[in-house]
Design a protein around this ligand. Structure first.
Ligand SMILES: Cc1cc2nc3c(=O)[nH]c(=O)nc-3n(C[C@H](O)[C@H](O)[C@H](O)COP(=O)(O)O)c2cc1C
Ligand code: SF4
Length: 453
């Protein structure tokens, strides 16, 4: 078993409560920081750790904290992004539900570092049952003197509020989230000028960080940034939560040390336990539905033949031609019976539904892609549909206000790039694909992509 920082206490009975969390060493990082470190020193440790945002983009966390202007004369806010709507991603929910004090401790440290006295947890509305858990944890931390005014006599004060989201995927995008938190419709803002660090919540400097990112900070302060950076490979330091789902023997949330070979993650009993029902691996979506899909041969090895590792760099090796992204760590595994067209139609339906509608390429393009995919999947595809689909995806990519447009386009272009045979089969054999279980009956092409352990 590798090093565990986030999940090491997750199975301790009662860890949801302050008493048990504290008994396991909880809040000692806050004591260390507030009693003996300046805000700048806390930020410096996070910079040294090499921690990168776990919400999807992988931006260096410590560097982001330095962008906050503490001297603007305006209030500074911390907002925890707990919207977690990316299909295939369910790791933040796991932390929120089972070890809420870890997030609260991380938020105290981050708020202290950036000078925020008010912080929000913007949580996906569907996580209804988690609200009382968080509210109770906040009340407990306050009663113990870790929240409220003059925490541990340091002169630093902090209040944390939980805010339910309205249940829209786009509200996970940081500027849409801030609009929603202000009580408006969650439409993304233009960047520039609305970089949250400068013009965030109520036009004040705001730090937006993911749940897992913030929950990692206590470990960094406890062990020191340099020690944290010793875990992992290159610029992918530390541990990362991976939500593993799909056709594997052991789906679940795993904490891995970055640098773990993908092959080991999929096939070892410590993690996914191999492909279910003794079948072969066909494809993997490695970082939530928004990242390019890769066929088995390319997820296990790069195009250069090197073993693919669970790192930001290794997964991206080869660019979008032969690589993908770590993203949010939503790792969806598909076996040989999976119909890529059906899967893609499902993803595209989601993006069409979730587009906020502000920009035409995204609003119209996601709808067109859904329509074309629907007819291919239902045996009504036309010979030129594959190129049409690819063309629509290209016309969305890079031409929208926020990255949802790219997120909708990348799965489409990558599926066509790597699984063109699936699309052609649908158009050639319409009568066969009218049965929704077509590939279960006759696992398809392209054999070159299949892989066994
Ligand atoms: C459409 C869309 C949805 C997103 N959803 C989430 C989300 O649910 N949770 C999250 O942490 N980040 C999400 N992000 C990324 C955020 O915009 C932002 O980069 C992140 O919260 C920053 O935190 P980090 O630096 O700790 O990763 C989303 C981005 C886009 C474009
Ligand atoms: S890309 Fe889509 S979701 Fe993002 S602002 Fe434009 S229409 Fe809205």
């Amino acid at each position: 078993m590798r090093r565990q920082l986030l999940l090491k206490d997750i199975n301790v009975p009662g860890i949801q409560s302050y008493d048990v969390y504290r008994r396991q060493g909880g809040y000692t990082a806050v004591e260390k920081a507030l009693r003996g470190m300046s805000p700048e020193q806390v930020t410096e440790e996070v910079k040294l750790s090499g921690l990168r945002g776990r919400g999807g983009a992988g931006f260096p966390t410590g560097l982001k904290w330095t962008f906050i202007d503490r001297k603007s004369g305006k209030p500074v806010y911390l907002v925890c992004n707990a919207d977690e709507s990316e299909p295939g991603t369910f790791k933040d929910r796991y932390l929120l539900e089972h070890i809420p004090h870890l997030l609260i401790e991380g938020m105290i440290l981050a708020s202290y570092a950036i000078g925020a006295n008010t912080a929000y947890i913007y949580m996906r509305g569907e996580f209804r049952w988690i609200f009382p858990i968080l509210e109770r944890a906040i009340a407990e931390a306050k009663a113990a003197g870790f929240l409220g005014s003059n925490i541990l006599g340091s002169g630093f004060s902090l209040e944390i509020h939980v805010h339910p989201g309205g249940g829209a995927y786009i509200c996970g995008e940081e500027t849409a989230l801030l609009e929603s938190l202000e009580g408006k419709r969650g439409n993304p803002r233009l960047k520039p000028p609305y970089f949250p660090a400068v013009m965030g919540l109520y036009h004040c400097p705001t730090l937006v960080n993911n749940v897992e990112t913030l929950a990692t900070v206590p470990s960094i302060i406890t062990m020191g940034g340099a020690e944290y950076a010793r875990i992992g490979v290159g610029k992918s330091t530390g541990t990362k939560l991976i939500s593993a789902s799909g056709h594997i023997n052991k789906p679940g949330v795993y904490e891995i040390e970055l640098g773990l070979p993908v092959e080991e993650f999929i096939y070892s009993d410590e993690y996914c336990g191999g492909i279910w029902k003794g079948r072969q691996l066909k494809a993997v979506v490695a970082g939530g539905s928004s990242v390019p899909i890769l066929p088995a041969d390319l997820i296990l090895k790069t195009a250069k033949g090197e073993p693919r590792l669970m790192t930001y760099e290794s997964l991206a090796e080869g660019g979008f031609q032969t690589g993908t992204m770590l993203g949010s760590g939503g790792f969806i595994v598909m076996d040989e019976t999976t119909c890529i067209v059906r899967n893609l139609w499902n993803f595209t339906r989601f993006y069409h539904h979730e587009s906020c509608g502000q920009c035409s390429p995204c609003r119209e393009g996601t709808g067109w892609m859904e329509k074309v995919l629907h007819r291919i999947e239902h045996g009504e595809g036309r010979p030129h549909d594959i190129d049409l689909l690819d063309d629509v995806a290209k016309k969305i990519e890079g031409k929208t206000i926020c990255p949802l447009g790219d997120a909708a386009a990348w799965p489409v272009s990558s599926a066509i790039r790597h699984f063109r045979e699936d699309f052609e089969y649908h158009i050639r054999y319409p009568e066969k694909v009218r049965n929704p279980k077509h590939f279960e009956i006759e696992p398809l092409v392209p054999r070159r992509h299949l892989a066994t352990a």
